[in-house]
Write a protein that binds this ligand. Sequence first.
Ligand code: AMP
Length: 377
Amino acid sequence: MSSKLPILPEATLGILGGGQLGRMFTIAARTMGYKVMVLDPDFASPAGQMADVHLQADYTDHGALKQLGAACAAVTTEFENVPAASLIELANHCRVSPGAAAVAIAQDRSHEKSWLAQNGFATAPFALVYSERDLDQGIADTGTPALLKVARFGYDGKGQARVNSIEDARAAFREFGGQPCVLEGFVKLEREVSVVLARDDAGECALFPVAENRHENGILDVSIVPARVPDTLAAQACDMARDVAGKLGYVGVMAVEFFVADGRLLVNEIAPRPHNSGHYTLDACVTDQFEQQVRALCGLPLGDTRLLSPVVMVNILGDRWQNGGPHWNALLAHPAIKLHLYGKETARPGRKMGHFNVLDADLPAALALAEHIREVL
Ligand code: AMP
């Protein structure tokens, strides 16, 4: 159902998913005077803690979806694994952005890779794997080493295995229970970069500056902004990201992750939501990605995405709690470091507990301080 736009403060906005991205959306929306209803089955949801109302129910609970749709002027999502059917159901009651079609593409690696290839976007060489029989041809197409990735519900390097031979590939496929997978040729990465952007109902885009990302064990570790790549490559990444959003007919905030290999950009993934590599915007841009999500959802003019300072973002993972917890004093002693914690009760290795942004007019100095704090924290 279409709502009257723009949706103004004091209206209620809904979000499917109550993790850290939902929490930061909730904070941005409430700062702007909106009320927020969060749907998440977890009673300890980081977003639920910040919301006006936390509906503790499953994403497929018809009663809860009806309640959310009736109370909210518009609903968005913070993660791609929300069932597309729930978005369609909600759309009978209120404005929903992004739409089910875009989310359905991004939530399944097979759909995503096929869609990218069909629309002319360069990717790593890949093969779709539905049965063990597909692996022989797959390995012939991608070469080795390769990565076997489950098509659905994999994240942060989970549901991925590096394979060096057909035997490895068969073993990994069985390990994943024979579920649909994508086999991807292993790319020699020069860098990884990402673009977070918002697209409005009229098709206008506002792009945040390109981030350069470093991953560790498949999980984002550090984002460096502006990315240390030639201007032409940064401009190309922006053009491709804008093109992806346009071809998806996307409305809302999304991210496109790229590999840089042989000086070329390959699209790695599309995220139909704000992105970890956009957390730097919280402290370094005129508008942050979560305010932008509110603006796009409400049909408001998109905010200014200007970078106010070079910045380095560092993720804080649950591993740091294993030996008595992080040394916050070491971090908080620095006046130009901004700490964001997500209110998660249990710290597990690999779990994203928070992040910090280091701002400095001199990017190498910001990076050196970020790396120092990362070590001593
Ligand atoms: P993903 O969850 O697919 O984004 O993978 C997480 C990280 O693993 C990426 O950001 C890369 O650092 C690495 N990775 C994934 N796929 C490939 C690939 N085909 N070649 C090289 N590195 C990859």
